[in-house]
Design a protein. Structure first.
Length: 81
């Protein structure tokens, strides 16, 4: 997971485009937009994180990106443990 890549996606790509990119990666179809990552797994991680953060910001408008990112990373850490 590369935080600057996730931040760039959150700032530059719409939720709809990210959801289409997620589907394309899962279905092994060519991507219409550029998603940073060394392989499809890393690209999918970045897309899923950006989607989660955008949805979090949408439901909590007072939340800032850094706080939504922190919530996401805590969620990931707790799922690993």
């Amino acid at each position: 997971m590369h935080i600057p890549s996730i931040k760039k996606l959150v700032e530059t790509v719409s939720l709809e485009e990210l959801m289409k990119a997620e589907e394309s990666i899962i279905e092994e179809l060519p991507l219409v937009i550029e998603i940073p990552g060394n392989d499809e797994g890393e690209q999918l991680t970045h897309v899923m994180a950006a989607i989660w953060i955008l949805e979090c910001l949408k439901t909590n408008p007072s939340l800032q990106f850094k706080d939504a990112l922190r919530e996401y990373t805590q969620k990931v850490r707790s799922s690993i443990n």
